[in-house]
Design a binder for this molecule. Structure first.
Ligand code: ADP
Ligand code: MG
Length: 485
């Protein structure tokens, strides 16, 4: 029996507002426990929530960018449940009438490498809960309410993903988008971008959905992928051994790489939703929406198309460069300042520069090599002052702040040799020094060309223009013509 995986996601993003969704307390991450929780966040009697307009604007921005339907009238509701880090005994959320209704989607690359639309069912505003700290105190749980009331946008997808890979593609696409929109810093470690993964399996060809489980608290793309792979296999084993899957919430254990049941999932009725009596319905006007429409930046998929069309980049390069706004900005700065081919520049940013940044755990904004400085290096490759190989050496020196590309080329005497007679002279010497190899080459061992190229490069410390070396060797090694051999 072949099984199909079905996945739908609920992603909670913390909106980047300065203050909380219903109070004026700060949302800054990392403050001392309970220094940023005011009476409203703690649900003291007699206090009243006031909706943060910026959070609303950010939700609208998201809806517009994903082509969802912005609801002119949405309603906040109380979702009642007990949890130690939820002092009010309810969470203010949106239930029946979310701010962003259906119709939206995100485009991802499917498993068979085709563009695929993952539909977004809804996105709604709600407040975050506090945090229980289980590790900091022996035998006790600490409660930090700084997070209580931080605005969240919960983004619910349709069950449109068919593998762990597609799920990660959707998450990455969402991650990039919310950072472009500047509505979330999307730091998975700090919990500002969190996802719950709903997983089920069904026999291939079946149209009815199987029973799902929900995996909670996955804080990296890698764990999302591993948890899904484990859970899918667990469900298949369960069904194939004659049991059925129980609808429940699972916890992924990073250390054991397994999922474990956490609780039987509440049903909708358990929450006793009712309209929040302390907040008016949220009513949006066309003016508000069109004003926000004008603030939308160029979106990742638009930028990707532009990079392909304007710079002649392959799909793959464009996609990598636009994943991070700062990287795409860096790329365009180099292009602007350099006469080198954009493809060459893309190669250097995706390859050497990213490699160095990763190894030193730096962001591109912290790069010791500025776009202007890199553009000079690119120019020297393009105008053949140096070879690509020598450029790597110069790049490393630039990284260590030894000076500009030109200064390093000058100081270390790395200028590429493009003078024809100079290279011919060296070729002549190499051929004279290796008569046995020359004879072998002439009797048919043409692979030896590489050997000669290598010797010439060695003799010039890598500075000879490789293309010229090849041309001259091809012309001369067979006959010795023009080199008086
Ligand atoms: P709830 O209201 O209990 O959270 P929903 O029906 O709203 O449940 O769905 C929540 C998420 O679960 C959505 O992202 C949806 O796509 C996904 N989902 C629902 N049913 C399945 C299923 N059988 N398999 C996989 N994902 C599912
Ligand atoms: Mg849900």
């Amino acid at each position: 029996m072949k099984w199909e995986t079905v996945i739908g996601l609920e992603v909670h993003i913390q909106l980047k507002t300065k203050s909380k969704i219903f109070s004026g307390a700060s949302t800054t991450f990392g403050a001392d426990p309970n220094t940023q929780a005011c009476l409203i966040d703690l649900g003291y009697p007699g206090v009243l929530p006031v909706l943060n307009k910026e959070a609303v604007n950010m939700a609208i921005k998201f809806g517009l960018a994903t082509f969802g339907s912005i609801q002119k009238r949405s309603i906040f509701a109380r979702k009642n449940y007990f949890y130690p880090d939820l002092p009010k005994g309810y969470q203010i959320s949106q239930n029946e009438f979310p701010i962003i209704g259906e119709g939206g989607y995100l485009e991802i690359e499917s498993d068979n490498h085709l563009p695929k639309k993952v539909r977004i069912r809804r996105a709604h505003l709600e407040e975050d809960a506090g945090k229980s700290l289980h590790e900091d105190f022996h035998g006790m749980t600490g409660l930090d309410f700084n997070r209580a009331g931080v605005p969240l946008l919960e983004i619910v997808s349709e069950p449109d993903m068919r593998s762990a890979k597609e799920t990660v593609a959707y998450l990455k696409s969402l991650h990039t988008l919310v950072r472009y929109l500047d509505i979330c810093d999307a730091n998975m470690q700090e919990g500002s971008f969190r996802c719950d993964v709903n997983v089920s399996v069904r026999p291939e060809g079946e149209t009815v959905l199987g029973t799902r489980t929900e995996i909670k608290n996955l804080n990296s793309f890698r764990f999302v992928e591993k948890a899904i792979l484990y859970e899918v296999q667990r469900q298949i084993n369960c069904i194939e051994s004659g049991h059925s899957v129980t609808q429940q919430t699972m916890l992924y254990d990073v250390n054991k790489n397994e999922t474990r049941p956490m609780r039987i999932k509440e049903t909708l009725e358990d929450y006793r939703y009712f309209a929040e009596p302390d907040l008016l319905p949220l009513v949006l006007t066309d003016e508000m929406i069109s004003k926000i429409q004008k603030t939308l930046p160029e979106l990742p998929h638009q930028k990707q198309k532009r990079f392909i069309n304007n710079y002649g980049l392959p799909d793959y390069d464009a996609k990598i460069l636009v994943t991070d706004q700062d990287i795409s900005h860096y790329f365009e700065e180099v292009v602007k300042n350099s006469s080198a081919e954009p493809k060459l520049i893309a190669n250097w940013i995706i390859g050497d520069l990213s490699g160095f940044l990763n190894r030193h755990k730096l962001t591109i904004q912290q790069s010791p090599i500025s776009p202007k400085e890199l553009s000079v290096l690119m120019d020297r490759i393009q105008d053949k002052t140096i070879s690509g190989k020598i450029a790597k050496e110069i790049f490393e020196a630039m990284w260590h702040k030894e000076g500009s590309a030109d200064m390093i080329i000058e100081k270390k005497g790395l200028k590429q040799i493009t003078n024809l007679s100079e290279i011919e002279e060296i070729v002549r010497k190499v051929l004279q020094d290796h008569p046995t190899e020359v004879t072998k080459y002439r009797s048919g061992q043409e692979r030896l060309l590489g050997f000669f190229v290598g010797e010439v490069m060695k003799a010039t410390k890598g500075k000879a223009n490789p293309k010229l070396v090849n041309e001259i060797l091809l012309k001369t090694v067979r006959t010795g013509r023009d080199l008086s051999l």
